[in-house]
Structure formats: structure tokens, C-alpha cells
Design a protein around this ligand. Structure first.
Ligand SMILES: C=CC1=C(C)c2cc3[nH]c(cc4nc(cc5[nH]c(cc1n2)c(C)c5CCC(=O)O)C(CCC(=O)O)=C4C)c(C)c3C=C
Ligand SMILES: [Fe+2]
Length: 466
């Protein structure tokens, strides 16, 4: 396959020169913030209570329309080269992630951004005006506990550093497969924000974009939320609305991912004195039950399928350990997906399980919920509950087979890139040019007027309608 020759750089996103286009993001006052329109997709249903599924139906339609499944296209170097890449093609890959506070001072504004997201706290339409005051209140109340957590893992989240490293590794893996690309990192709640990554994509005049959320399974609260940001930005911009984009909405079923997970589990099992006796304990980040049961979030189904597929891969290697799945990190008073990790650990201890291997499964980097919640809180709870041998599988991070598989996913997704808001007529182009728009509107109206009052049309109207 012929490589496209153009400079491929990781953007150096300067947080101090940053400006935003969304009104619901809080940033420290050292940064300029332009707020503008409301969120485009309306929200329904309260995070604190189940609600209407309308918003999700809309969102899921969008997902179905826009997202191209990686599985749907196969990697075909010839097809990719001839149909998708020209000498002028400038390929961009946008990695989406959650973001995390880099210092303890960042914790409260980071939490504000998170709770101000209508995909995280889902208020009914009538109460939407409360979104930001509520986010302010919850972020202020939660900040001390969160700060303690971040303090215990070194004073900040490692997410930005790890994601940047993953981006660089992916860029190199793509290069090794003959594809030059620009890599961008877009975080949902902290620097570098998704908005800035998109501005950079525009400045670089990327001609074909693959969007790769770093969440293996889709959830409204993670990938869905980041896609909403993209959707709003792409809709409003004539360049972005025409840019061929392929969005990989979930990739937990990919062979390369499953094998990489199985490799890590197999390796970690070997550290137990009796590897066969260790229970494989998958711990996934939870979401409120209402997301799945009222809003149609596919997260639980995808998680269960993912665990099934990983276990199938392990069984094919002759590893038949017992396994279980539980959900961690719940926040607030509502019901979250069950069973809860902490409760299951206690039960397993009571049942006499002595060896347990924890496997974080909803995220591919180390972060506060692996380093603090699993390694400290859950480990302590497990040991107190009678579990004697504790192990934990590391997050995939920079595992070469995993990065190679992400590169394959990007290459497979490229040919199906299509404009998200491709104008189906010239109207959006005309909107960009007010003179053209006015001329068309004027002559269009005159023509419509003449047609409407033509004797033929009037008699046809009389005959058929009255
Ligand atoms: C698949 C992964 C994740 C899902 C699903 C998810 C949903 C979700 N999270 C909260 C609330 C919080 N999440 C926080 C941090 C955080 N969450 C994830 C992943 C998922 N969240 C990550 C990777 C991180 C960042 C960790 C880091 O290292 O910085 C936090 C802040 C930390 C804390 O105070 O516990 C909160 C709060 C909700 C409400 C939710 C679904 C509705
Ligand atoms: Fe979370």
C-alpha cells in the first residue's frame, strides 16, 4: 500500500490559548471562554430518576446513521488506496476520552464539567435550567472526597499522559502499516478538550477523519456524550459538515482486543501459586440502571457480551477458571447496575473464595478507579472479607497487540467515512453566502407565486381538493 505523504504531527494543544464554543464547560479563569448556543440535543429523564426515552431514541438514530461499524468493512489495501486515499488525502484520527484533573485544584472544575453534562445528570426538559446550579452544588460537595482519591494516586489523573502516549503509539502503528495520519486527543471534561482538538483538525485541513473513542463498550454517558459534542460542532460548520468521518462506536468484539485482554489475564494468573483456583473478577464502571432500562443504553449488553467473548478466548487456551462480573464506582443515591463490586467481594469472601484476580474492563488506561478504587479500597475490602490472594490485571495502556489492533480498526473504518451532515442540496452552501441565499429565495418565491396563481393550478386545486 502506498503511503500518503504529508506531515503527521501530534498537535501541541496549548491550554492557555484555548477558547471554547460550548456554554456548559467550566474552566479556570486563566482561560478565555466564549459561550454560545444551547446543547443541540434535548435531554430528558433525570439521572436521579428514570425518564423519557425520546432523547435517546434521537441520539441512537444519530448513532445508527453516523457510526460506521468497524466490522462492516474489511481491510483491503487496494480498496483503501483507490477509493479512499488520494495524494491529497490528509487523514486524521481523533481519540476521544474522558479526561481527568491534572492537579488537586483542577478537581472541582473538572467535576463541574462532568456533572454539567446532560448525559451524566439527565434532567427532564422542565428542570434543565437547574443543570449548572446542580453541577456547581454536586461538584462542590464531591470535591473533597475526589481530591482525597486523586491525592492518593500522586495528586492528579494520569489520563492525559497515557492518552497522549497511546496516540503516539497508534500513529507509529499506522505509519508501520503504510498510513500517515495526524493524531488528535479530545477529552470530554478536561484538557485537551474535544472542542480544541476539532479546531485543530479544521486548522490542519484534514480531509478524512476516523473518530475512535477509547471506551471499548458504548455508553450514553461516555462515547455518546463525546459524540454529542462532535455532532453539535459538525452541524454548525460548513467544513466539518462535509468532512468524511467514520465513527467507531464500540470495539469490544474485536479479535485483537479480546486476545490482548486474554493475554494480560493469562499472564497475571500465573502469578498465583494455584492459578486454576483464582476467580477472574471483571469489574466494570457502572452506570445508573435508568440509562439501560429507560434510555436504551447498550452498555450492559455490550459488557456482558465482552466478558463472554474474553472467557471464550481464555477457554480456547485451556483456561477454565470461574469468573464473575460486577459494577463499580457508583455515585449518588440512584440505583446503578448491579451487582455492585464491593458487595460481591464481601459475598465471595463469605463463600470461601481465597484467590481473586480483578480485571478492570471498561477502560483501557490506568486511572483513579483502577489505581485507587480497585488497588486500594477493593483490595482492602477483599482481604478483610477473607480473600487471601489478590491480583489485578493492568489496563491495556500501550500493549503492542492492542495498539496494533486499534490501528487495524482505524484502517478498516477509513473507507466508510462519510460526511455527517452532507448537504442533500445546496442549501447549506447557500447559507454560507448570503447574496446567493437571497437571490435564490427571491426568485424561488416569485416562481412559487406564479405557479400557485396560475389558472391551471387553481382549477386543479378546485377539482381535486374541494
Ligand atoms: C466506561 C467508563 C466510564 C463510565 C461508563 C462512566 C460513567 C459515569 N461516571 C460518573 C461519575 C464520575 N466519573 C469519574 C471519573 C471517571 N470515570 C471514568 C469512566 C467512566 N465513567 C473515568 C475514566 C474517570 C476519570 C478517572 C481519572 O483518572 O481521572 C468521576 C471523578 C472521580 C470521582 O470523583 O470518583 C466521577 C464523579 C457518572 C455519574 C457516570 C454515569 C452516569
Ligand atoms: Fe465515571
Amino acid at each position: 500500500m502506498k503511503a500518503v505523504s504529508h506531515s503527521a504531527v501530534l498537535p501541541n494543544l496549548n491550554r492557555h490559548r484555548f477558547s471554547l464554543s460550548r456554554s456548559d464547560v467550566q474552566i479556570p479563569n486563566r482561560v478565555t471562554c466564549h459561550s454560545d448556543s444551547n446543547k443541540s440535543m434535548s435531554q430528558a429523564s433525570l439521572f436521579l430518576s428514570p425518564g423519557s426515552a425520546d432523547r435517546r431514541i434521537g441520539s441512537r438514530n444519530f448513532v445508527c446513521r453516523v457510526f460506521s461499524s468497524v466490522d462492516a468493512s474489511t481491510y483491503n489495501g487496494v480498496a483503501l488506496e483507490s477509493s479512499s486515499q488520494t495524494a491529497e488525502e490528509k487523514v486524521g484520527v481523533l481519540l476521544l476520552n474522558l479526561g481527568g484533573p491534572e492537579t488537586l485544584d483542577d478537581v472541582q472544575p473538572f467535576l463541574f464539567n462532568l456533572f454539567a453534562d446532560p448525559d451524566i445528570i439527565r434532567l427532564p426538559r422542565l428542570f434543565r435550567f437547574l443543570q449548572r446550579p446542580l453541577a456547581k452544588l454536586i461538584s462542590t460537595l464531591r470535591a473533597p472526597k475526589s481530591k482525597e482519591g486523586y491525592a492518593s494516586i500522586g495528586g492528579g489523573s494520569p489520563l492525559r499522559k497515557i492518552t497522549d502516549e497511546q496516540a503516539l503509539a497508534l500513529k507509529n502503528a499506522l505509519e508501520a502499516k503504510g498510513l500517515s495520519s495526524n493524531l488528535y486527543v479530545g477529552m470530554r471534561y478536561w484538557y485537551p478538550f474535544t472542542e480544541e482538538a476539532v479546531h485543530q483538525i479544521k486548522r490542519d485541513r484534514i480531509t478524512r477523519l476516523v473518530v475512535l473513542p477509547l471506551y471499548p463498550q458504548f455508553s450514553i454517558s461516555t462515547t455518546g456524550s463525546s459524540i454529542s459534542v462532535l455532532e453539535q460542532m459538525f452541524r454548525q460548520d460548513s467544513y466539518l459538515s462535509r468532512l468524511p468521518v467514520s465513527i467507531i462506536n464500540s470495539w469490544y468484539q474485536r479479535k485483537g482486543y479480546l486476545k490482548s485482554m486474554a493475554d494480560l489475564i493469562e499472564k497475571e494468573l500465573e502469578s498465583f501459586s494455584e492459578p486454576k483456583e483464582a476467580m477472574i473478577f471483571f469489574s466494570a464502571h457502572g452506570v445508573p440502571v435508568s440509562y439501560v432500562e429507560n434510555a436504551g443504553d447498550p452498555y450492559r449488553d455490550q459488557m456482558e457480551e465482552c466478558i463472554f467473548l474474553i472467557m471464550q478466548e481464555l477457554k480456547a487456551r485451556g483456561i477454565n477458571n470461574e469468573h464473575t462480573l460486577a459494577y463499580q464506582s457508583r455515585v449518588g443515591p440512584v440505583q446503578w447496575l448491579k451487582p455492585y463490586t464491593d458487595e460481591v467481594l464481601v459475598e465471595l469472601g463469605k463463600k470461601g473464595v481465597k484467590s481473586l484476580l480483578a480485571v478492570p474492563v471498561s477502560f483501557v488506561s490506568e486511572h483513579i478507579e483502577t489505581l485507587e478504587e480497585i488497588d486500594m479500597e477493593y483490595r482492602e475490602l477483599a482481604l478483610e472479607s477473607g480473600i487471601q490472594n489478590w491480583g489485578r490485571v493492568p489496563a491495556l495502556g500501550l500493549t503492542p497487540s492492542f495498539i496494533t489492533d486499534l490501528a487495524d480498526a482505524v484502517i478498516e473504518a477509513l473507507p466508510s467515512a462519510a460526511a455527517i451532515y452532507a448537504p442533500n442540496n445546496s442549501s447549506s452552501e447557500d447559507m454560507d453566502d448570503p447574496v446567493k441565499y437571497f437571490v435564490k429565495m427571491f426568485f424561488g418565491s416569485v416562481l412559487a407565486f406564479m405557479l400557485f396563481f396560475s389558472p391551471k393550478l387553481i382549477s386543479a386545486f378546485r377539482n381535486h381538493v374541494i
